[in-house]
Ligand binder design. Structure first.
Ligand code: FES
Length: 313
């Protein structure tokens, strides 16, 4: 079962023309690679000959060569282009083709189309327009995809952090739907700040999490109290094998510095330290203790649809 559409599956710099990259996303196991001209391709990570993972093979001039018997598959069509030791009068049977998927690269992500027919619609990273130095990474976390998206709304502090910033449980408004994502804002404070005891507090920072209704790209923004962006982070998420979740992300720090920012935050910025941390080790007890509030609404809105697993290109 998977959600049809474009999925961001890898960082562009992680896909090269030397070593195939295996990815498991949204119920599909794929292999990504480039040709010498730099064009990226996605094939099902399964050789049509004997079902060996193609990611164990190598990239050659005419495509991806399986590591077992050396058959080669074209990246664009998935067709078998070469079988070693074939006689001059023998032809490669057309049915020996790997499933090929449409690929588009934009905003530093490799996107793959998991859907029927011609690819359509905006890419999930289309609202990520970095300026300045980026910070990137990838990992696999030990929780299911649905749980990861739920926790991003119920308790994002379990999954990520901003140095010298403390997220609070105080919601600034209701859950809302915006550009294909469910958006929630919560108050945050500088970690040097002591929270006063009164019920209503002026929060100098806002953390806005936007969780996708379709696909898997989460956007997180750290904003000033005037809603000026300070840090933007895009996390591509996908259901991996055995209940785990694949993540890859890119993010950057914006130009503006809030007037009340503490010295240590300014110093970290000058030293070009990472302005956020995506956790790869997640505290299961902390996630289990989260109140399921906002995620209840997300579950209802994010109903997966069944689509056939036939070839799409
Ligand atoms: S299993 Fe791939 S070529 Fe035989």
């Amino acid at each position: 079962m998977k959600t049809p559409g474009w999925w961001a599956m890898a960082l562009c710099e992680a896909v090269n023309d030397q070593t195939p990259l295996a990815v498991a996303f949204a119920g599909e196991e794929l292999v990504l690679f480039r040709n010498a001209a730099g064009q990226a391709f996605a094939l099902e990570d399964r050789c049509p000959h004997r079902r060996v993972p193609l990611a164990l093979g190598r990239v050659v001039e005419s495509g991806l060569q399986c590591g077992y018997h050396g058959w080669t598959f074209d990246g664009a069509s998935g067709g078998c282009t070469q079988i070693p030791n074939l006689h001059a009068d023998e032809r490669v049977p057309a049915r020996y083709a790997a499933r090929a998927f449409a690929v588009r690269e934009e905003n530093g992500f490799v996107h793959v189309w998991l859907g029927e027919g011609a690819p359509q619609g905006a890419l999930p990273s289309s609202d990520y327009q970095p300026s300045g130095r980026e910070f990137t990474g990838s990992t696999i976390v030990n929780m299911s995809h649905d749980q990861y998206l739920d926790a991003m709304l119920d308790g994002p502090e379990c999954l990520l952090g901003f140095p010298h910033v403390r997220l609070t449980d105080f919601f600034l408004g209701d859950l809302r739907s915006e550009q294909g994502r469910v958006v929630l804002e919560r108050g945050a404070v500088w970690s040097t700040q002591i929270l006063p005891s009164q019920f209503v507090v002026d929060y100098p920072l806002i953390v806005r999490t936007a969780v996708p209704l379709n696909g898997g790209t989460v956007r997180v923004d750290l904003l000033s109290e005037d809603e000026l962006p300070l840090v933007t982070l895009m996390i591509a998420t996908g259901a991996n094998r055995r209940g785990t979740t694949s993540l890859c992300w890119r993010g950057y720090v914006h130009e503006q510095v809030p007037a009340r920012a503490p010295l240590r935050w300014r110093a970290a910025r000058l030293r070009k330290q990472a302005p956020f941390q995506v956790k790869s080790l997640i505290d299961g007890a902390a996630v289990a203790a989260l109140l399921q509030a906002s995620s209840r609404e997300l579950r209802g809105l994010r109903q997966p649809r069944l689509i056939p697993v036939s070839a799409v290109v």
